[in-house]
Design a protein around this ligand. Structure first.
Ligand code: HPA
Length: 268
């Protein structure tokens, strides 16, 4: 049986150094000029990769030369709330590990809990709280990584300071904070948001945590950015909608793209 890894290796004649996972509303990079000149592989061409089910999520890998670097752009991801098993949720990270990718940038849409943060701002992840109620490493230990991987510095401090320096050069404000990841798909209640705030979370979302754990176990450097698309439930006197999340992502897309481009260009 031909595996997803074999297909990628047969179609892509080089080793990407960086993988960028594009979250809701942030997928435009995968349609950029560089991406159009690259090698696009729809998820549905890869054995075991179903088509994404969520509006605003594409479903393809684009291998391309981007800001002078060989990268793989991932538009769309597998969410646990779609009913996918954890091994599928993290399978792109396993592939990147096997492909020799050194650095993974995980991006997502998130709700802001920190009242000092505003809608449309970007937040570099300093750490996370795993509220999925499970762990993607449960089961036989896959791959070369350790059974009990250290998560003390899951989000690479060097990548984060590079990102913040890029933001400063661009005149952008990028926040720093702790991302709390949970399954969804319901948004949180106001009581949950208050509780998560007490736990030390600055943002909440439905992805990234499983991928970050596996990417780290694979020995890759991990960076994370949240686009704060709404204030957490109950912070403002209004209900949350997926539409507003997508719209806030789209409104931030230009700044996000400029930041990612600078980040890739100057990556060491
Ligand atoms: N909660 C959880 N996930 C999210 C949110 C939120 O408020 N906004 C975008 N993704």
């Amino acid at each position: 049986m031909t595996t997803a890894l074999q297909i990628l290796q047969s179609k892509v004649p080089y080793q990407p150094e960086l993988a960028i996972v594009l979250g809701s509303g942030l997928g435009a990079l995968a349609d950029s000029a560089e991406a159009r000149n690259g090698i696009t592989i729809p998820f549905t061409d890869l054995p075991g990769f179903p088509a994404p089910t969520v509006e605003g999520h594409g479903g393809k890998l684009v291998f391309c030369e981007f800001e002078g670097r060989k990268v793989v752009l991932q538009a769309g991801r597998f969410h646990f709330y779609e009913g996918h098993p954890m091994p599928l949720v993290v399978s792109p990270m396993r592939l990147y590990g096997r492909l020799g990718v050194k650095t993974v940038m995980l991006t997502n849409a998130a709700g802001a809990l920190n009242p000092a943060f505003g809608v449309g701002e970007l937040m570099a992840l300093t750490d996370h709280i795993n509220f999925f109620g499970t762990n993607p490493l449960i089961g036989p230990n896959v791959g070369p990584g350790p059974r009990f991987p250290d998560m003390t510095a899951i989000y690479d401090a060097g990548l984060r300071s590079h990102l913040l320096a890029c933001a400063q050069q661009l005149g952008q404000t990028v926040r720093e904070g702790v991302y709390l990841g949970l399954t969804g798909p319901s948004y949180e209640t106001p009581a949950e948001i208050r509780a998560f705030r007490l736990l030390g979370a600055d943002a909440v979302g439905m992805s990234t945590v499983p991928e970050a754990i596996v990417a780290r176990q694979e020995g890759m450097r991990v960076a994370g950015i949240s686009c704060l698309c709404n204030m957490g439930a109950g912070i403002l006197p209004q209900a949350l909608t997926h539409k507003e999340v997508l719209e806030a992502g789209a409104a931030a897309a230009g700044r996000f793209e400029a930041l990612i481009r600078a980040f890739v260009r100057g990556l060491v």
